[in-house]
Ligand binder design. Structure first.
Ligand code: F6R
Length: 364
């Protein structure tokens, strides 16, 4: 089943170019470079706000989507983890789209939140990987990811496929709301179509990441920093490292460092900085320099240009292909996953079955 791979997680990381392409194929019409969602009996152009609910890694995919829905579709977005959402009496007004993201489609808190939103009259959209799941059955708008079965407990390929679907949904809502013209829609589609090749290029860095894993493995704490749509990747990187290598890790919005966490910085705390070239690069790098000035040991994940610009003094750099900011969160998921994977391998943990965790959390 695992073929030439040591672990399911590793196999699933390497499947991403294929499964993201597969997923995009069902949301994009290549002939006219447009976005096409599955049919539903509801006029999505009438949506006036989006409420996103999910747990764990799926929640981080939702956090990225919030940036996209706001930027492209100019829709207000509320987002929460399901266990909080359910118990906080959220305000749900008519015309809202409630969007649930789940690999398994069975996560108890997410499912309960879905039922609550249905009772409150929201239109229910579901991004789900298991097409026969409870959430899939209870959706008005079913948006499947085509990642195939995910065996590794740590979610990898489901995450990048969720991002692909969410980017297509953001573009579609933007078109329906008259925020994107034909040409801009085609441009977004062209960037999305580039994602699988860029994921392949990102995977080429596997060996280099494996060679630097020993730099992180001895750490007791690790910080991840990112900004804008790449900030959720800092959270995802920290979650992956925690769950499979058992190293304590936290993700922060890079601009938040100086509001507290920078006090943690010393030469024993590696700081992983996710900074693709783009409109937020300079800002992220200036936060990174604040960390270096305090003796922080930095691993910079960027493209050749970003590394040439800011890589000096880092203990390691991880070079990604140069990508459009829209697909950066999809492509930069790879180095973050690989880093956690290789650190866990150095530590000899059970990568596919981390202690205390279950693949599908069907209890509250
Ligand atoms: C992390 C991970 C979990 C899941 C979370 C939600 O690697 O796998 O955080 O993302 O339990 O699960 P689903 O997506 O099945 O609702």
């Amino acid at each position: 089943e695992k073929g030439n791979y040591r672990h399911f997680m590793q196999k699933e990381i390497f499947e991403q170019p294929t499964v993201v392409a597969q997923t995009l194929n069902s949301y994009i019409r290549q002939v006219d470079q447009s976005v096409a969602l599955p049919q539903i009996d509801y006029d999505l152009s009438q949506i006036n706000r989006v409420t996103i609910v999910a747990c764990g890694t799926s929640y981080y995919a939702g956090l990225v989507a919030k940036y996209w829905f706001e930027q492209f579709a100019r829709l207000p977005v509320d987002i929460d983890v399901a266990s909080e959402f359910r118990y906080r009496d959220p305000v749900l007004e008519p015309g809202g789209l409630a969007l649930f993201i789940s690999q398994s489609g069975e996560t108890a808190d997410t499912l309960a939140a879905l039922r609550h939103c249905r009772a409150e009259g929201q239109t229910i959209a579901v991004v789900v990987n298991v097409p026969t799941s409870s959430m899939a059955r209870e959706a008005d708008l079913l948006l499947p990811t085509h990642a195939g079965p995910e065996i590794g407990v740590a979610s990898t390929k489901a995450f990048t496929c969720q991002l692909a679907v969410l980017a297509a949904l953001a573009a579609n809502l933007a078109v329906l709301r008259g925020r994107l013209g034909r040409e801009e829609e085609a441009e977004i589609v062209r960037h999305l179509i580039e994602a699988p090749a860029c994921l392949n290029a990102a995977l080429d860095y596997d060996e280099a990441i494996s060679e630097m894993a020993h730099l992180i493995a001895p750490a007791r704490d690790v910080l991840y920093l990112g900004r804008g749509p790449d900030y959720p990747l800092a959270l995802e990187g920290a979650l992956k490292l925690k769950e499979i290598s058992y190293i304590h890790a936290e993700g922060y919005a890079s601009g938040e460092m100086k509001h507290g966490p920078i006090a943690l910085i010393d030469d024993a705390v590696p700081v992983i900085v996710i900074a693709p070239s783009g409109p937020l690069f300079e800002k992220t790098v200036s936060n990174m320099q604040e960390v270096s000035a305090r003796g922080g040991k930095i691993v910079l994940i960027s493209d050749a240009e970003g590394i040439a610009d800011a890589g000096e003094g880092c203990i390691a750099t991880i070079e990604m292909p140069r990508v459009h900011p829209l697909i950066a969160p999809i492509v930069y998921a790879v180095p973050v996953q690989l880093l956690a994977y290789h650190v866990a391998c150095v530590k000899g943990t059970d990568v596919d079955q981390p202690r205390n965790l279950a693949k599908s959390v069907t209890v509250e």
